[in-house]
Design a protein around this ligand. Structure first.
Ligand SMILES: NC(=O)c1ccc[n+]([C@@H]2O[C@H](COP(=O)([O-])OP(=O)(O)OC[C@H]3O[C@@H](n4cnc5c(N)ncnc54)[C@H](OP(=O)(O)O)[C@@H]3O)[C@@H](O)[C@H]2O)c1
Length: 163
């Protein structure tokens, strides 16, 4: 299984505020949809609860909680132990770990690829991205985001692969 991280962070590695994203960046949401479409996504219970319309369509949603009785719809898989992930995904599958912080920490030693949106602005927030050792990765793609009246902060889409 290939493990990828997908996230957006600000200048100071902030990723969340009050249970949601600190910014409105529709182009990044579109990028997130494109990168994760038809891939299994793995997320913490709070990130799952941050989706206004429930599980994301057209992909298996796996939610991690310490509460084995946490209620999810039938289409969603609840895990209390990351080692059970292999019961739900094939060996040749790219699994998209989409946060938050505790879940990135949990998969830190397993991650093969990073899809990072870097937003060049400082926001208020209460959740930060974990420290990653970028010396173990090489930048394989970098694309400037288009700034317009709905996406007002400069941003870049970066992809890193484990060396
Ligand atoms: N910018 C981005 O790309 C991005 C990405 C993801 C999230 N976010 C933002 O970040 C915030 C949410 O992130 P978060 O870090 O606060 O929460 P989170 O990681 O989404 O969820 C935390 C929950 O995951 C479960 N969990 C964590 N570690 C676990 C472990 N070792 N074993 C079993 N379950 C475990 C626990 O659920 P229980 O409490 O149910 O046990 C814990 O409360 C929101 O503001 C969201 O919008 C931003």
């Amino acid at each position: 299984m290939i493990i990828s991280f997908v996230w957006a962070e600000d200048k100071n590695h902030i990723i969340g505020k009050d249970g949601t994203l600190p910014w409105s960046m529709p182009n990044d949401l579109k990028h997130f949809r494109d990168v994760t479409a038809h891939h299994t996504i793995v997320m913490g219970r709070k990130t799952y609860e941050s989706f206004p319309n429930g599980p994301l369509p057209n992909r298996l949603n796996i939610v991690i909680s310490r509460n084995p009785n946490y209620q999810v719809p039938e289409s969603v898989v609840l895990l209390t132990d990351k080692n059970k992930l292999s019961d739900y995904v094939d060996d040749d599958t790219e699994v998209m770990v989409i946060g938050g912080a505790g879940i990135f920490e949990m998969f830190k030693d397993d991650v093969d690829r990073l899809y990072l949106t870097r937003i060049d602005h400082a926001f208020d927030g209460d959740v930060k991205m974990i420290d990653l050792d970028y010396s173990k990765f090489k930048l394989s793609e970098k694309k400037e985001g288009i700034v317009d009246d709905k996406n007002i902060y400069p941003y870049t889409f970066e992809t890193y692969d484990k060396i």
